[in-house]
Design a protein around this ligand. Structure first.
Ligand code: C2E
Ligand code: MG
Ligand code: MG
Length: 568
C-alpha cells in the first residue's frame, strides 16, 4: 500500500467513523471465532443501556441481553446466517433497568480470503415504537372499539382454535348468540349515547357471567357471542344460560334511568350443530330467532327442523288461529289413581284438536306452534275454563270428588297473566281452588327462578296444587326442585319404562322417590303401562299412578261413567 493510498484510507475511515459515531442505529462487529466485540458505535450505549466497555469485556453479553424468549432461536439462526451471508432479524433485548426494546438487526458475514467467516457485522435499529404501534393496530383490528370485547375477527380465530382443541380432546364447545331484546326501541327512544352505554353495561354483564377461559365477543350492533370451550356435555351450558338470564332479570341503571333489558339466546353446539364456524353461527342465529318468536327473554338450542321451510308451519298456524273460534278443540281426561286407596284423586286435562281434514290431532302436533305464535295463551285459557267448568259439572252431578289438573306451558306462565286468569276462571265457573291442580315443566323456572317461586306461592296461597311435570326428561335436579314451593312431582313415562329394563334406572328411580318423599313431595308416576312397572312402583311407595295400564285419556262422557261406577 502506498503512503498516499494509506492516508486516503485513513481519511475515509475517519469520516466513516464519525458518521458511525453520530447515527442513531447501533453498528456492531464481532469476531466469528471468539465472539469478541471488535467494534461498537456510541448509539449502542443508548439502545442497550450499557456502556461499550461491557461488551468488549464480555463476549457473551451480546447474547445474554437478548430476551429469554428470543435467545434460543437467535442462537439457532447462526448457521443459516453463515450459509446465506446476510439476514435481518427482529428480536427483543432487555436493558439493565428491565425495559424491553425491539431491535431489527441486519447482519452480514464478512469472510477472509479463504471464504471462512471472519466477522459478523450488523446494523441494529430500535423498532420498539413501530412494534408497539403494530401491536396497537393489531389490537384495534381484533377488538370492538366501543366495548373493547373481541370482535368478529378475533372470534373467528378463537373458534378455529376451539375446533382444533375439540378435535384433539374429543370434546364439544358451545356457541351462544345473544341479542338484546328491543334494542332498536331503546336506541330510538333514548338516543345513541344511551344505547352505547347500555351496550357497555351488557358487555360487562356478559363478561361477569362466564368463565375466564370463555370468549365474549361483539359481532356488531346489539349482537354478542359467547364461546364456551371446552364442554363435556350440553348440560354444562344450562347453568351459564341460567346465570345470564338471571343477571338480565334485574334492572340496569343508565344515566339515572332504571331500565329492564332482556336478551334472547340461540345455542349451537360443536360438532352436533355444525363443523365449521359459519354453520355454527348460522344455526345459533336460527335458534336465536326462534327464541324471539317464542317471546324473547329466553334461549333455544338449535334443532335441525328449525330450518325446515315455513309453509307447512304457516298453514297449521292459520288453521290453529281459526280453531278456537270454530270450537275444534276437545279435552280428554286421564285419571290419576292413588296407590293406597285405589281411588281416582284427580284427572288430567289433555287437549286434542279435531282438525277438519286431518282428524283428531294429539298435542305434540300443534302445541309447539301454539307456543311459538303465542296462540297458547288463548288456547290455554280455554282449556282452563273448559276443564274447570267440567269439574264443577261432575261435582254438581254428585260424582265422587276429585281434582282436575291442567297443564300450563312456559309462555302461559310468563305471559298469560296466570294468577289473574286462574282467579277469573275460578270465579266464573264456581270451582273451588282446592279442586284445581296446575302442572308446570322445568322450562318455566329456567327462565327466572325467583319470579317462578313468587308466582307459585301466590297460587298456593289460593289453595291450588302445583306439580312439576315430566320430571327426568330435562335437566332439573332434585336440589333445584328444593327451591320450588311445589307439592307434587310427576315422573315422566320414559323414566318409568327405563326402570324395568336397566338396573341403573331402577336404582335411580327408587332414590328419586325417597328423596322426593324426604322433601314432602307427593310422587306421581306417569305413563305406567305394565303390571311389572306398577308392582315396582308400589314396592317403592310411589303415591299416585297414571297411565294406559289403568286408564287411557278418556272423553268427558267416559269419565262420567267411570266415576259413576266407582261410586256405586
Ligand atoms: P303430559 O302432561 O306429560 O301428559 C301425559 C302424556 O302422556 C299425555 O300425552 C298422555 O296421553 C300420555 N300418556 C298417558 N299414559 C300413558 C302411557 O301409559 N303410555 C304412554 N306412552 N303415554 C301415556 P298427550 O295427551 O299426547 O299430551 C302430551 C303433552 O302435551 C302433555 O304431556 C302436556 O305436556 C301437553 N299438553 C296436553 N294438553 C295440554 C294443554 O291443555 N295445555 C298445555 N300447555 N299442554 C298440554
Ligand atoms: Mg301433564
Ligand atoms: Mg308429563
Amino acid at each position: 500500500m502506498t503512503g498516499k493510498m494509506a492516508s486516503v484510507r485513513r481519511v475515509a475511515e475517519k469520516r466513516l467513523g464519525s458518521i458511525l459515531e453520530t447515527i442513531d442505529n447501533v453498528v456492531w462487529s464481532i469476531s466469528a471465532d471468539t465472539y469478541e466485540t471488535l467494534y461498537l458505535n456510541p448509539a449502542a450505549e443508548r439502545v442497550y443501556g450499557r456502556s461499550a466497555i461491557n461488551f468488549y469485556e464480555d463476549p457473551q453479553l451480546f447474547l445474554n441481553i437478548v430476551h429469554q424468549e428470543d435467545r434460543q432461536w437467535v442462537t439457532e439462526v447462526l448457521p443459516e446466517l453463515i450459509e446465506k451471508g446476510s439476514m435481518t432479524l427482529q428480536y427483543r433485548i432487555v436493558r439493565p433497568d428491565g425495559e424491553i426494546r425491539w431491535l431489527e438487526d441486519r447482519m452480514a458475514v464478512a469472510r477472509n480470503a479463504k471464504g471462512e467467516p471472519e466477522r459478523f457485522d450488523g446494523v441494529a435499529t430500535d423498532i420498539t415504537e413501530r412494534m408497539e404501534h403494530e401491536t396497537q393496530l393489531n389490537y384495534l383490528a381484533n377488538h370492538d372499539a366501543l366495548t373493547d370485547l373481541p370482535n368478529r375477527n378475533l372470534l373467528d380465530d378463537r373458534i378455529l382454535q376451539a375446533i382444533a382443541q375439540a378435535h384433539r380432546g374429543r370434546h364439544k364447545f358451545g356457541l351462544l348468540l345473544l341479542d338484546i331484546d328491543r334494542f332498536k326501541n331503546i336506541n330510538d327512544g333514548y338516543g345513541h349515547i344511551f344505547g352505547d352505554e347500555l351496550l357497555l353495561t351488557v358487555a360487562a354483564q356478559l363478561h361477569k357471567s362466564v368463565r375466564e377461559s370463555d370468549t365474549v365477543a361483539r359481532l356488531g350492533g346489539d349482537e354478542f357471542v359467547i364461546l364456551l370451550s371446552p364442554l363435556n356435555s350440553h348440560e354444562e351450558i344450562y347453568p351459564v344460560v341460567r346465570r345470564l338470564l338471571n343477571n338480565f332479570s334485574l334492572p340496569f341503571t343508565i344515566q339515572g334511568t332504571e331500565l329492564y333489558s332482556t336478551i334472547s339466546i340461540g345455542i349451537a353446539v360443536f360438532p352436533a350443530d355444525g363443523n365449521d364456524m359459519e354453520t355454527l353461527l348460522k344455526n345459533a342465529d336460527i335458534a336465536m330467532y326462534r327464541t324471539k318468536e317464542m317471546g324473547r327473554n329466553g334461549f333455544q338450542f338449535f334443532e335441525p327442523d328449525m330450518s325446515v321451510h315455513a309453509t307447512e308451519r304457516l298453514e297449521l298456524e292459520n288453521a290453529l288461529r281459526r280453531a278456537i273460534e270454530r270450537e275444534e278443540f276437545v279435552i280428554y281426561y286421564q285419571p290419576q289413581t292413588n296407590v293406597k286407596s285405589g281411588k281416582i284423586t284427580s284427572v288430567e286435562a289433555l287437549i286434542r284438536w279435531q282438525h277438519p281434514k286431518e282428524g283428531l290431532l294429539s298435542p305434540d302436533r300443534f302445541l309447539k306452534i301454539a307456543e311459538e305464535t303465542g296462540l297458547i295463551i288463548p288456547i290455554g285459557a280455554w282449556v282452563l275454563k273448559t276443564a274447570c267448568t267440567q269439574a264443577k259439572a261432575w261435582q254438581d252431578a254428585g260424582m265422587p270428588s276429585h281434582r282436575v289438573s291442567v297443564n300450563i306451558s312456559a309462555k302461559q306462565f310468563w305471559e298469560g297473566q296466570l294468577v289473574k286468569t286462574v282467579k277469573r276462571v275460578l270465579n266464573e265457573t264456581g270451582l273451588s281452588a282446592e279442586d284445581l291442580e296446575l302442572e308446570i315443566t322445568e322450562t318455566v323456572f329456567l327462565r327466572d327462578i325467583d319470579e317462578t317461586i313468587r308466582t307459585i306461592h301466590e297460587l298456593r296461597a289460593m289453595g291450588i296444587i302445583v306439580s312439576m311435570d315430566d320430571f327426568g326428561t330435562g335437566y332439573s335436579s332434585l336440589t333445584y326442585l328444593r327451591q320450588l314451593p311445589i307439592e307434587k312431582l310427576k315422573i315422566d313415562g320414559s323414566f318409568i319404562h327405563d326402570m324395568t329394563t336397566t338396573t341403573r334406572s331402577s336404582v335411580l328411580l327408587t332414590q328419586i322417590i325417597q328423596l322426593a318423599h324426604a322433601m314432602k313431595l307427593e310422587v306421581v308416576a306417569e305413563g305406567v303401562e305394565t303390571e311389572k312397572e306398577y308392582n315396582f312402583l308400589v314396592e317403592n311407595k310411589c303415591d299416585v299412578v297414571q297411565g294406559f295400564y289403568f286408564h287411557k285419556p278418556l272423553t268427558p262422557d267416559e269419565i262420567g261413567h267411570l266415576l259413576e261406577n266407582k261410586q256405586s
